[in-house]
Design a protein. Structure first.
Length: 117
């Protein structure tokens, strides 16, 4: 059974940093990524990573501030978030796929990130 478990979300002040983690079990995933959803808004792509160490891709709103990385030995991906803004407040969810393109087959439950202004 595939499981994706996120952690690291918390309340942080604007301008601060936070690192999210997502640990996968029950499968091998070529592509993993992060999405977020704020109240009243659609889910938004944040970042993804392919293969063991890249390439990576980022949503326009987080480019230059967020960094996705992967530790294959731990089956874990990370999202380092710097220079956080109020508008980064959302539930951040991890996603995984065994294929190069197409829908994300597996999702985590999400972790809440709240940025205070």
């Amino acid at each position: 059974q595939v499981q994706l478990v996120e952690s690291g979300g918390e309340l942080v002040q604007a301008g601060g940093s936070l690192r999210l983690s997502c640990t996968a079990s029950g499968g091998t995933f070529y592509r993993m990524g992060w999405f977020r959803q704020a109240p009243g808004k659609e889910r938004e792509f944040v970042a993804s990573i392919r293969g063991s160490s890249g390439p990576t891709s980022y949503g326009d709103s987080v480019k230059g501030r967020f960094t996705i990385s992967r530790d294959n030995a731990k089956n874990t991906i990370y999202l380092q978030m710097n220079s956080l803004k109020f508008e980064d407040t959302a539930v951040y969810s991890c996603a995984a796929s065994a294929v190069i393109i197409g829908d994300w087959a597996y999702w985590g439950q999400g972790t809440q990130v709240t940025v205070s202004s």
